[in-house]
Design a protein around this ligand. Structure first.
Ligand SMILES: [Zn+2]
Length: 291
């Protein structure tokens, strides 16, 4: 079985990106795994601190490990947006493949020193683990927002180079027009996120690191394809999947009001999530046109 580092290197080589989808439970995991498997592409499952608190750090690690081993399948596990070293260490000890250590809310110099310390501590637990650092602003939660956030600070190539060299991270999460969550106008299909492709290419050239695009829900498809060509190797989709989950579950409950058997209602949520995940995986793997 190839490691996540090897899979990211392959993705970079072939100008595709590995899809990363957040889950809160086994329903989400089932949707992500079945979608990836049907297309035969590698996939990353992510859990933020909130999602890990709900599902359990070790429970999530065990569930993904079972799929990886039983199906001999390249499914990987990421600890998304981790704001403290203690919770990052928990994830590393549980066997997560990568950790997004996110102290980007701090002033730059403090973000550098805390991320550097985290890289050292986490690689001492598992030398093969990949650590992702984040700089710049991409807004708050993967939820529905009234308005898209405005005036966010984008990552500059200079600070990206400095951050990469000073911290020893493996993956960089830049702010290049991406934002967490979906605005109401995006949900209505009246607006899309647009990416700064030149900035992505410049940061990639300047750092030589793998790069993750966070908050990609609601982004223009062409921009996503061009971002991958410019050096993005991993793309995070969360809010679109959450929205599909809610709509799928709601529709099932409305159409069968007396149903109380979870496994008879939940497949509708799984199917709704799979539609989103499959479409995104096709696009990220350059197969949207041939599908
Ligand atoms: Zn994110």
């Amino acid at each position: 079985m190839k490691t996540l580092r090897e899979m990211l290197a392959e993705a970079q080589q072939s100008e595709v990106a590995i899809g990363h989808f957040n889950i809160s439970d086994l329903t989400g995991l089932k949707a992500v795994f079945e979608s990836a498997r049907a297309l035969d592409v590698p996939v990353i499952v992510g859990l933020s601190e909130g999602e890990r608190a709900f599902m359990g750090v070790r429970e999530a690690a065990a569930s993904v490990k079972v799929l990886r081993q039983d199906y001999d399948y390249p499914i990987f596990l990421n600890a998304d947006h981790t704001h403290s070293l203690a919770s990052a260490e928990d994830a590393a000890r549980a066997g997560f493949d990568s950790i997004v250590f996110d102290r980007s809310e701090l002033p730059f110099a403090q973000n550098v020193s805390e991320t550097k310390r985290a890289v050292e501590a986490l690689k001492a637990i598992n030398p093969a683990i990949l650590i992702e650092g984040k700089i710049g602003e991409i807004g708050t939660g993967s939820e529905i927002h009234e308005e898209a956030p405005q005036g966010l600070m984008l990552t500059t190539t200079e600070e990206a180079k400095e951050f990469a060299a000073a911290t020893g991270i493996d993956i960089l999460a830049p702010a290049v027009g991406n934002t967490h969550g979906l605005s109401r106008s995006m949900i209505r299909g009246e607006a899309q996120k647009r990416l700064d492709i030149d900035r992505i290419a410049e940061i990639r050239k300047g750092t030589g690191l793998f790069m993750t695009l966070h908050g990609a829900s609601g982004t223009n498809d062409d921009d996503l394809s061009r971002a991958i060509q410019a050096g993005i190797t991993e793309i995070h989709i969360n809010t679109e999947v959450r929205l599909a989950w809610r709509r799928g579950l709601e529709a099932a409950m409305v159409s069968d009001p007396d149903q109380v058997v979870p496994y008879k209602l939940l497949p509708a949520a799984v199917d709704a999530m799979k539609q989103v995940v499959s479409a995104r995986l096709l696009l990220f793997n350059g197969r949207s046109k041939r599908a």
